[in-house]
Design a protein around this ligand. Structure first.
Ligand code: PEP
Ligand code: MG
Length: 920
């Protein structure tokens, strides 16, 4: 059978529904006829009044675009057949001078892309059919107004003529008449605009691009309605690939290869006098979820007037009380009920009332805020419309971020002056500071600050805590600043390449602008969008009702129900008692990653520096002992906060030089002092030592488990601190569930040797305290070799934790610190990557995870597998982790609620979708 390109919807001449849905649900049909087409068909099928029409499929758009804007064989004939069929159904013809048929031509992709693609209204008008319209309506003003609107829209949308030229001509006419409003122009005024508009068309259409409209060597507004129709359909297909549509898809993760459908539909008119109207509405309040009808309408207007906001609209509740519109208003309220009953969701819809008769022009599932999503889902469950599982799938996990962090006041007006990566959500406002110390100083003085750095280092932690937000000119979504900020729940925008930061002189200049920022100048950042704003933007902290808790409780009920499918846990990455407590409060079932290097900052930095740099063994030993004591204190706090829950402590991971001062700073200091005649022998020795720790590729250097192999005493100290804290708590009656993790394992022999050392130390501490200890020992899977050789490695490992920050870096060969700011924008532009592999698990890295999980289970059938890289908190990746068979995901404490919801949804989706509504 030949491929079908077109689908009919609506009634025939006898009022019978002749919609061709091919027996598909809306969710199935939308891939063919787009969201708008599928829902028009659905409304027609459930008996709602839909103006008849037909839909050209999305697949036709894809075929047309990929053939270089050439119609596939036979489609134009098929369109002609459906056009004739529509004319027969309506008993009217396009372009007829007695009773013309007019149509709208609208886009409609499988996913809603509001305002991104093209629409043409009133198609079919020409000098003849406008007369027919006058005859039929007895309303010359309406007819000429429709005609001049059509020429404007067609020229602008289809032929690329600047719409402002028509606006200017209209304004000139108003000035000539001495009137202010369009409505003050009469039929003759509007009629006199037609030749002027046609001239604008002829003067501005590119005749090379549109040879179809060239007559006698110059472009002429097409009178042939079939040509109008074909050009409009082509324009809608073309609008799929405009830069703004492409950008929208990129931002909303909509694939580029879906195409848009074209809906050709009989026009109905809301501008035929005071018994006509047009409006948009939601079946519930999309802002807060209140169960009320919500929307606006305009009497005697066309659809675009409502959206354009030229006239003041009336609230929808007024419609049934408006003289002449009472019946249609009542019917619309009935339609609200029918739609909610049918779709069991909050719907948005567009309608037109033509001389007292209601027509439905569109419906779709309504977009809503997080607050509204929660309330609508819970209410609909309580009303018996949906199951708990459906309710849990109705809230997008990413949306919860809106509720968990401060935001810019949505009513605030501001200009964005620079943009970077949206590295950590939430908004902040404060004075610019350039160093950790200055952030601390501002905090002491009670002044909010934004820490502005080229890139942050572990040294900046204090400042990051004290500042309201972090802004960097370098680094990507897994850069130090991004990871730490997300962990702390602090807003962060990173990689703003336009900022030229001169920290010593405390100024920032901005490429391409003459803005210069000095210390204390107030800026605002939005870590959810990457926007940077000059000056203060007011913030709001959205109010949380009990709805979030209800949905998360329901999500956990499903996630933790063994009868419903495999259970995937949610843990947190935390490295201090306060974050451990926050993780527990947010519902984490344990700590999946405690990065112990974060415990080596502040006063302790000197101790680790002494250990690294001292020549004297006693000094080294003493430093280690002090570090051990300090760490033990932290572990006691963390284990208590997580009592009875797993806490995985990772042994030291980063290259040691991260704890040392920057040798280049020291070099500058020496140069200055020597120039002043000072003796710098000691400093020069230190410089030589510092230089000896520099590596060309530190991320591939002396770090991870290699540190413990080169400096075994570091491991002994850490293990002793971890284990003695555990033993002490057991003695006090607590139930710590401590586990020890070794980073950056590549070889079986590495884990074998280190495990032996750890076990020996555990045994020693156990004997000292006289306490039985069962402390599992596992490893991070951060290197491809570890994933590939997972079976052998698992012989020595109780658990695997996939570190996708490093695994992505080493699998792709992309630096996690630089890639996003250097070449990745080009990779996005050229569609080499669709999503950021550091934020959403890359398919290639997923193969390594798969290999790791399978091999791990072969080597150790009891192995527990989880993930603790940044992708562990990303909903899309969480679905992949569920399908890869992971036992848990671990993410920043602030993302724990998001991960709980995403994990429940992953389970539901992977086990056949939500169960139907429960019998209650
Ligand atoms: C990782 O590599 O994914 C990981 C969690 O470790 P880190 O980010 O500390 O290198
Ligand atoms: Mg790592």
């Amino acid at each position: 059978m030949a491929e079908k390109h077109i689908y009919r919807f609506g009634n025939d001449a006898n009022g019978n529904n002749v919609t061709e849905t091919a027996g598909k649900t809306v969710d199935e049909a939308k891939w063919i006829t787009g969201g708008k087409g599928a829902n028009l068909a659905e409304m027609a099928n459930i008996g709602l009044p839909v103006p008849p029409g037909f839909t050209i499929s999305c697949q036709t758009c894809v075929a047309y675009s990929s053939a270089g804007n050439v119609w596939p064989d036979g489609v134009l004939d098929e369109i002609d057949k459906y056009r004739k069929d529509l004319e027969e159904r309506m008993g009217k013809k396009l372009g007829d001078k007695g009773d013309p048929l007019l149509v709208s031509v609208r886009s409609g992709a499988p996913f809603s892309m509001p305002g991104m693609m093209d629409t043409v209204l009133n198609l079919g008008l020409n000098d003849d059919s406008v007369q027919g319209l006058i005859k039929q309506t007895n309303n010359p003003r309406f007819a000429w107004d429709s005609y001049r609107r059509f020429i404007t829209m067609f020229s602008d949308v289809v032929m690329g003529v600047d719409g402002q030229l028509f606006e200017d001509a209209l304004n000139k006419k108003k000035a000539e008449k001495g009137v202010k409003l369009d409505t003050e122009l009469d039929a003759d005024d509007l009629k006199s605009l037609i030749p002027i508009y046609k001239q604008i068309f002829s003067d501005n259409v590119d005749s090379k691009k549109y040879p179809e409209v060239v007559v006698g060597g110059k472009p002429v507004f097409p009178t042939d309605p079939y040509l109008q129709l074909r050009l409009a359909e082509q324009a809608v297909f073309g609008s799929w690939n405009t830069p703004r549509a492409i950008l929208y898809r990129q931002q909303n993760k909509i694939p580029d290869d879906l195409g848009t459908a074209v809906n050709v539909q009989v026009m109905v008119f809301g501008n035929k006098g005071n018994t006509s109207a047009t409006g948009v509405a939601f079946t519930r309040n999309p802002a807060d979820g209140t169960n009320e009808r919500y929307g606006d309408f305009l009497v005697n207007a066309q659809g675009e007037d409502v959206v354009a906001g030229i006239r003041n609209t009336q609230p929808i509740s007024e419609l049934p009380k408006t003289p002449g519109l009472e019946e249609a208003g009542k019917e619309l309220y009935h339609v609200f009920e029918i739609l909610e009953d049918h779709y069991a969701d909050m719907m948005d819809l567009e309608f037109t009332i033509e001389q007292g008769k209601l027509w439905m022009l569109q419906t779709r599932v309504g977009k809503r805020t997080a607050l509204s999503a929660l309330k609508v889902a819970i209410d609909m469950y309580n009303e018996g419309r949906i199951s708990k599982e459906t309710a849990v799938t109705r809230v997008a996990p990413e949306q919860l971020d809106q509720l968990l962090h401060p935001q810019f006041d949505p009513n605030a007006k501001y200009d964005v002056f620079a943009k970077g990566l949206n590295a950590s959500p939430g908004a902040a406002t404060g004075g610019v500071v350039f160093s950790s110390e200055d952030a601390e100083k501002f905090k002491k003085e009670g002044k909010p600050s934004i820490l502005v750095r080229w890139e942050t280092t572990p040294d900046d932690l204090k400042g990051m805590v004290d500042a309201e937000g972090i802004l960097t000119s370098h680094g990507g979504k897994t850069s130090h600043a991004a990871v730490i900020a997300r962990g702390m729940g602090a807003p962060c925008v990173c990689g703003v390449e336009a900022l030229n930061i001169d920290a010593p002189n405390r100024t920032v200049t901005v490429s391409g602008s003459d803005v210069v920022l000095h210390e204390g100048d107030v800026i605002s950042i939005d870590g959810s969008t990457g926007d940077v704003i000059l000056g203060e933007v007011p913030l709001i902290r959205p109010q949380l009702g009990g709805d979030l808790k209800t949905i998360l409780d329901w999500a956990d009920e499903i996630r933790l129900n063994p009868k419903r499918g495999r259970i995937m846990g949610v843990r947190a990455n935390a490295d201090n008692p306060a974050d451990a407590q926050l993780s527990a409060d947010n519902g984490a079932e344990g700590i999946g990653l405690d990065r112990t290097e974060h415990m080596f900052l502040g006063d302790r930095k000197q101790l680790i520096q002494n250990f690294i740099l001292a020549e004297d063994d006693d000094v080294k030993k003493e430093s280690l002992e002090k570090l051990g004591e300090a760490q033990k204190g932290d572990f006691l706090g963390m284990f208590k906060a997580m009592d009875g829950k797993t806490v995985i402590v990772r042994l030291l991971d980063p290259p040691l030089h991260e704890f040392l001062d920057n040798p280049r700073d020291l070099e500058v200091e020496i140069a200055k002092e020597e120039a002043a005649g000072k003796d710098c022998t000691k400093k020069r020795e230190l410089l030589t030592k510092l230089d000896s720790f520099q590596e060309a590729n530190p991320m591939l250097g002396l770090r991870g488990c290699r540190l413990g192999l080169v400096y075994p005493e570091l491991n002994d100290m850490q293990v002793r601190a971890i284990v003695s804290a555990t033993a002490e708590l057991i003695q006090q009656g607590y139930h710590p569930k401590t586990e020890i993790m070794i980073p950056l394992i590549a070889f079986e022999e590495e884990i074998k040797q280190i495990r032996k050392q750890i076990e020996d130390e555990i045994k020693k501490v156990s004997d000292e305290y006289g306490v039985e200890l069962d402390i599992p020992i596992g490893n991070m899977v951060e290197l491809p070799r570890c994933a590939i050789m997972s079976e052998d490695i698992a012989h020595h490992s109780d658990f695997f934790s996939f570190g996708t920050n490093d695994l992505t870096q080493t699998c792709l060969g992309f630096s996690r610190d630089d890639a996003e700011g250097t070449f990745m924008p080009v990779y996005f532009d050229r569609k080499i990557v669709k999503t950021n592999p550091f934020a959403t698990l890359d398919k290639g890295v997923a193969q390594l995870v798969d290999m790791g999980v399978r091999g791990g289970h072969k080597g150790n059938p009891n192995i527990i597998c989880g993930v603790c890289g940044e992708t562990g908190g990303d909903p899309e990746s969480i679905q992949m982790y569920y399908d890869l068979g992971l036992d848990y995901v671990s993410c920043s404490p602030y993302r724990v609620p998001i991960a709980r919801l995403a994990a429940a949804q992953a389970k539901i989706h992977s086990n056949g979708g939500p169960v139907p509504v429960e019998k209650r």
